[in-house]
Design a protein around this ligand. Structure first.
Ligand code: AMP
Length: 213
């Protein structure tokens, strides 16, 4: 099953992707996680991506496309994959189409998460991320058992620089301008399924499962 999770930052794509990945035993590919992982390891890619990420801007298309093309060529993607946070522009979507077509693959579904702006801002500003395993929490809606510590690995929780107010505003603008056109793009290709993301996690998961079967 080859799936894309589309939607603005804070829509719950990452949370659902982690669970879907376990449920269907297919890899969760988050370009944001790949950049953050590179940054943690101090690679050139991580340092370059950070310049854009901290400002809430998109990383240039070609950088992201090369990373995803490489990731999709790995064996663990043979049985399917969940793309979370990619594609984010029409150019990325076109490139993804080419990469898949070259390997005789196609997308099965594009799940489009919609959530009102004020809810997105509330979700993102309360989000805390594990510095070790990248698991996300929310100070109000999904707090860890011990404040500031990850339930899974005990790592320290932090607030991503791009989850701070100014960057969040830019990220939402970038989304409206560059990513939202993908809704029509995938609608025209008959792949889009709308998911109301403004509901409890379990309900969102149940509607996704009804789509994926
Ligand atoms: P995310 O964790 O998906 O919210 O991504 C965090 C940041 O990484 C974004 O705000 C962008 O700066 C960068 N990023 C992640 N995915 C992409 C992408 N597909 N295209 C461009 N930039 C991206």
């Amino acid at each position: 099953m080859n799936i894309i999770l589309l939607g603005p930052p804070g829509a719950g794509k990452g949370t659902q992707a982690v669970r879907l990945s376990e449920l269907y035993s297919i890899p969760h590919i988050s370009t944001g996680d790949i950049f953050r992982e590179n940054l943690k390891q101090g690679t050139e890619l991580g340092v370059k991506a950070k310049e854009y990420m901290d400002k809430g801007l998109l990383v240039p298309d070609q950088v992201v496309i090369d990373i995803v093309a490489d990731r999709l060529s790995r064996e663990d993607c043979d049985g399917g994959f969940i793309l979370d946070g990619f594609p984010r522009t029409i150019a990325q979507a076109d490139a993804l189409g080419d990469v898949l077509a070259a390997r005789g693959l196609a997308l099965d579904h594009v799940l489009n998460f919609s959530v009102p702006d004020e809810v997105l801002v509330r979700r993102i500003s309360g989000r805390r991320t594990c510095s070790r395993c990248d698991r996300n929490y929310h100070v109000e809606f999904d707090p860890p058992e011990v404040e500031g510590r990850c339930d899974s690995c005990g790592g320290e929780l932090y607030q991503r620089d791009d989850d701070k107010e100014e960057a969040v505003r830019r990220r939402l603008e970038e989304y409206r301008e560059k990513t939202e056109p993908l809704i029509q793009y995938y609608q025209e290709r008959g792949l889009l399924v709308d998911i109301d993301g403004d509901r409890p996690m379990e309900e969102v998961m149940a509607s996704i499962r009804r789509v994926l079967g």
